[in-house]
Design a protein around this ligand. Sequence first.
Ligand SMILES: NC(=O)c1ccc[n+]([C@@H]2O[C@H](COP(=O)([O-])OP(=O)(O)OC[C@H]3O[C@@H](n4cnc5c(N)ncnc54)[C@H](OP(=O)(O)O)[C@@H]3O)[C@@H](O)[C@H]2O)c1
Length: 421
Amino acid sequence: MAISRLLLRFTHRNDTSCQFLIREIRVIRGKVFIRVLLVVKMKNIVILGSTGSIGQNTLSIIRQEPENFQVAGLSAKSSINLLEKQVEEFHPETVVITDEEAGEKFLLRSAAEKTEVILGNEGLRQLVKKPGIDLVIIALVGIAGLLPTLEAIEARKTIALATKEVLVSAGSIIMSQAKKNKVEILPIDSEHNSIFQALRGHQEAEIRRIILTASGGSLREVKGDLSDIKPSVALRHPVWKMGKKISIDSSTLMNKGLEVIEAHYLFGIAPSSIEVVIHKESIAHSFVEFSDGFILATLALPNMKLPLSYVLHYPERAKSNLPKLNFSKITKLSFENPDFGRFPCLKYAYNALNKGGTMPAVLNRANEVAVEAFLKERINFGRIPEIIKKTMNLHQVTEEPNLEDILAADRWAEEKAGKLI
Ligand SMILES: NC(=O)c1ccc[n+]([C@@H]2O[C@H](COP(=O)([O-])OP(=O)(O)OC[C@H]3O[C@@H](n4cnc5c(N)ncnc54)[C@H](OP(=O)(O)O)[C@@H]3O)[C@@H](O)[C@H]2O)c1
């Protein structure tokens, strides 16, 4: 009985983090006795983008739970000082530095003799397919995450995905490859993570609507014209502390637009059944409405360590040490419609999703180019949506694109948006 209960408890584990070893089988007076040894293995984790906001938050959870997790690989673009500290602390077998110049400097001074160092983008693809990896956390920024994610799926690694741009650009390809290779994609974005939790045990056909909440970004209280907002103002997010690109995306509401597209691919929901609501308190992360009218809301403190801990421990639940949500201190939860006129990027994301084919990849790249130019103060805030709209208007959509078509559309949008700047 005890054994069957024990076995049942782990029936749903789809990872390699525990094994049963049958030590002895005896038959005594007609009864069978089996002695089983349960071996709980540490999960081997790879983090692409370990020096970023998501990467550092992930490592801070791993730091608290050395008995559960082991770092197998890390990557950065050029933040070699921080990467060096991470290598000294977590002793990964492999690190990848995609900026080769920074990588050469790292090699010259690094004392990490036991760590293999690979330079260049190709290194990300080599890293994710190494044997013995249980979970690959994709936390790079932008389209740079696409090819390593596909490689990890083909190598049948479980994926925890923060880089929404991957699904925005190539959602159909990613999801069909994941299905073909029987790979689970665990969303890290707090909204999608909460929907993923709400949907466990439910069928796609039972869902009537999903509602993504949005904090409203740094400019939600700013009145008047937004066109000359400075990067330092747009970067000041009222709730979340995040990397620069996503902070600007939040200020334009493009982040929510990208999340609408991400939700469409992850959960197979029609664009018309995905809604956005501004919820300044960022306590409710999403709502899932079922066909019978019931709505499941997922509430939690706005802290990325919660979804990160969820994906690290999945399919189990962690014992969190984070502060509890104190309902007596929440005086109100407010909900408003987004202002599509002031924040047209959200509308452009819906348009791109409805157009389909290569258009979401074009939206994504035009946005990446425009945000980078804004951060370097080459264009003003008002030109971000303008550049995205113009690039989309110039694009001839390829229907049902393959990977080559997506990559070609991405390059095309990079060039066109660059010229517009
Ligand atoms: N931050 C959040 O709370 C949050 C929440 C939900 C979703 N997300 C999503 O998660 C992703 C990461 O966001 P973040 O805020 O963690 O970003 P971030 O702080 O800017 O960190 C990005 C990481 O990716 C690396 N990187 C950047 N560009 C790269 C490239 N071209 N090739 C290879 N590596 C590159 C960076 O290395 P260097 O440090 O060397 O530049 C860094 O390690 C984004 O897609 C974002 O939308 C973030």
